[in-house]
Ligand binder design. Structure first.
Ligand SMILES: Cc1cc2nc3c(=O)[nH]c(=O)nc-3n(C[C@H](O)[C@H](O)[C@H](O)COP(=O)(O)O)c2cc1C
Length: 195
C-alpha cells in the first residue's frame, strides 16, 4: 500500500458533473467505461451485499433506452393526464447525446438483513467511484435522476423487482470543457470535539 494523497485530493476536487450539452460527441472508449464499472464494484457495502447493478447502453443501445423511457413516460402520463409533448421528445432525443449511459440500480438483499438506507448508501458510493474514475481519465459524466427514475413501472424495464430501486442514469461523454466547482466552507459543516 503506497501513501500518495496528492492524486486523490486532485481527483476528488476536480470531479465535476458535466452535462451532455458540453459533450463533443466523440465516443468514449469502452475500456474506460469497464474500468469505471470495475472500480464501482470496489465500493463498500455492509455485510458485503454489493447491491449495485448496472446496465450499460451505448451505440444503438442508446436508441433502445430512449424508446424504452419515452414509451414508459407516455403510458404513465397519458393515463394521468400530465403528458407533455416537449418532455416526450426530450426523453427520445437526450440519450443520443451521450457516448454511454449507465442505468444504476439497487438490488435489495433478499433476506433484508440491512435497512434500505445502507444499501442505497452503498450504491451511491459505487456511483462516486465511477465518477472519480471517469475524472481520472478526463471523461465527463453526471448522474440524472430525472425522467422516469421514480416511476414504479420503470423498474420492470430494467429487470428489477418491486423491492429494488432504480437510482438514476449516469451519462458519459467526452467533455468539450471542464467547469469549475464551488462549495461552501467545509469548516461550517463539522464540529470538532476534543475536550
Ligand atoms: C443523487 C444525485 C442526483 C442528481 N440528479 C441530477 C439531475 O437529475 N439532474 C442534474 O442536472 N444534476 C443532477 N445531479 C448532479 C448535481 O446537479 C451536481 O452534483 C451538483 O450541481 C454539484 O456539481 P458537481 O457534481 O459538478 O460538483 C445529481 C447529483 C446527485 C448526487
Amino acid at each position: 500500500m503506497t501513501k500518495e494523497p496528492a492524486p486523490i485530493n486532485n481527483i476528488i476536487r476536480s470531479r465535476r458533473s458535466i452535462f451532455p450539452r458540453d459533450f463533443t460527441g466523440a465516443r468514449v472508449e469502452d475500456q474506460v467505461v469497464r474500468q469505471m464499472l470495475e472500480n464501482a464494484n470496489w465500493a463498500p457495502s455492509h455485510k458485503l451485499t454489493e447491491p449495485w447493478r448496472f446496465i450499460v447502453y451505448t451505440g444503438e443501445g442508446l436508441r433502445r433506452l430512449a424508446e424504452l423511457q419515452a414509451a414508459c413516460y407516455e403510458s404513465r402520463t397519458r393515463a394521468d393526464g400530465t403528458f407533455s409533448e416537449d418532455k416526450y421528445i426530450k426523453l427520445l432525443k437526450k440519450p443520443l447525446e451521450s457516448s454511454h449511459i449507465i442505468v444504476v440500480a439497487m438490488k435489495r438483499d433478499p433476506h433484508k438483513r440491512l435497512p434500505e438506507v445502507e444499501e442505497l448508501g452503498a450504491v451511491f458510493c459505487a456511483i462516486q467511484n465511477m465518477h472519480l474514475t471517469a475524472t481520472a481519465y478526463g471523461i465527463g459524466g453526471y448522474l440524472s435522476t430525472g425522467g422516469i427514475t421514480y416511476f414504479e413501472e420503470a423498474k420492470q424495464l430494467f429487470g428489477l423487482d418491486q423491492e429494488d430501486r432504480l437510482i438514476g442514469f449516469f451519462h458519459i461523454g467526452t467533455p468539450a470543457q471542464w467547469p469549475d466547482g464551488h462549495r461552501g466552507p467545509f469548516e461550517s459543516k463539522f464540529k470538532w470535539i476534543d475536550k
